[in-house]
Design a protein around this ligand. Sequence first.
Ligand SMILES: Cc1cc2nc3c(=O)[nH]c(=O)nc-3n(C[C@H](O)[C@H](O)[C@H](O)COP(=O)(O)OP(=O)(O)OC[C@H]3O[C@@H](n4cnc5c(N)ncnc54)[C@H](O)[C@@H]3O)c2cc1C
Length: 428
Amino acid sequence: MSSQPDRHNGPAFLEKAPNTVAVIGAGMVGLSTAWFLQEAGVHVTVYERSRVGAGASWGNAGWLTPGLAAPLPEPAVLRYGLRAVLSARSPVYLPLRADRSLLRFLVSFVAHSTARQWRRAMAAYVPLNERSLEAFDVLAAGGVSATTTEAGTFLACYARERDRRGLLAELAQIRATGQDVRFHPVPGLRARVLEPVLTERVGAAIQIYGQRYLNPPRFVRSLAEAVRARGGRIVEGGDVTGLRPGPGGVGVVCRSGQEERHDAVVVATGALFGELATRLGVRQPVQAGRGYSFSVPAERMPGGPLYFPTQRVACTPLDDRLRVAGMMEFRRPADPLDPRRISAIVDAVRPFLRGVDLDDRRDEWVGSRPCTPDGLPLAGVTAAPRVFAAGGHGMWGVALGPVTGQLMAQTVLKGEAPPELAPFDPLR
Ligand SMILES: Cc1cc2nc3c(=O)[nH]c(=O)nc-3n(C[C@H](O)[C@H](O)[C@H](O)COP(=O)(O)OP(=O)(O)OC[C@H]3O[C@@H](n4cnc5c(N)ncnc54)[C@H](O)[C@@H]3O)c2cc1C
């Protein structure tokens, strides 16, 4: 046997697969992991510091778009950098005075924003993207009642034809990396016929096919119900402050002082990952990329999501209201909602939408995308025995939550990650 410390805590499980597993965090990723562990007969306890879906999994845009799920650091994102600091109306916001951890994140993020790094990261996304919708079908077949919806139309909308060149090039790159994505440039007139909610200000669009969406609050609630219905325990108000790996299990310590032992633990705490990560050997920082959303009434609901890439705003029909979401604000997750960001989103989309009352807003929300500087999730084993990490999905934790949960369940049972998760090694 090697005398080197073992990065992979797998051998412990080859003798005895875990019977009881704690998942920390009841968002899309944690709940999906819990559900797929239950598929394998594992008893799960989900600890959630607040309530089910309290994090980013609640107010997001709900897009299940494997055709668009790509790593965030890319050369075009850098163009926002200067504007972000100079203009409060920019869709990306950076505080003028960044603290040390934000600076560290930004330096590394910029270093990863090259075309070569993006291609490499994209190649890692493809196997996950390809299985992402199928994983939702497995949840549906297994009794998760909230459904996903095929997007009748999915349009990325622009004021001018030349504005869409960037996304067309990116989609072609995504396809060149092996991702099956069908898309078509369409003139503004055609876009307005397809979606009468669009105004004459939409001068060009790209239609993307084969994508889906969901109602995030409903879905996350129904996933939690399914976990409970299968005998899982969800401890709301269970704020985990420490993990104590030891022989034969891991103690999960809550703020109340209570400690309970489990055979293994999966940390799926979204943008707050850093708080528990220090003793797990994970060096990648997870930075909150805060986004905002709200819902408004529409006289005529669009037949599918609308995307305004220049403004970085996403609109999704959720029952009788349109959810409008956007912004990338690098601030602390607990900072209060900044109403100026909501106004910036409203002003950005107002010229493009008709019959939508952007002033009758409900459910104004801010939440934190868990962003890593290389744009890759963290999913796999950590340096602490029997402790696993699942998160860091940035812009795409809803679409990729279930497939991550599926692969994490395999990882926990075997004690080592399957090949699809290799690029997401939390110890990279
Ligand atoms: C505006 C916006 C739009 C978005 N649109 C999309 C989209 O269209 N499609 C898509 O795929 N993704 C989208 N995303 C990203 C997506 O929302 C996230 O990637 C995803 O929700 C992350 O899921 P998660 O389970 O990792 O984290 P979260 O949902 O944040 O869940 C983590 C949970 O852990 C809990 N927690 C944290 N610390 C502790 C602790 N110590 N003890 C116990 N519990 C703890 C938190 O309370 C939280 O409930 C969007 C995000 C935003 C902000």
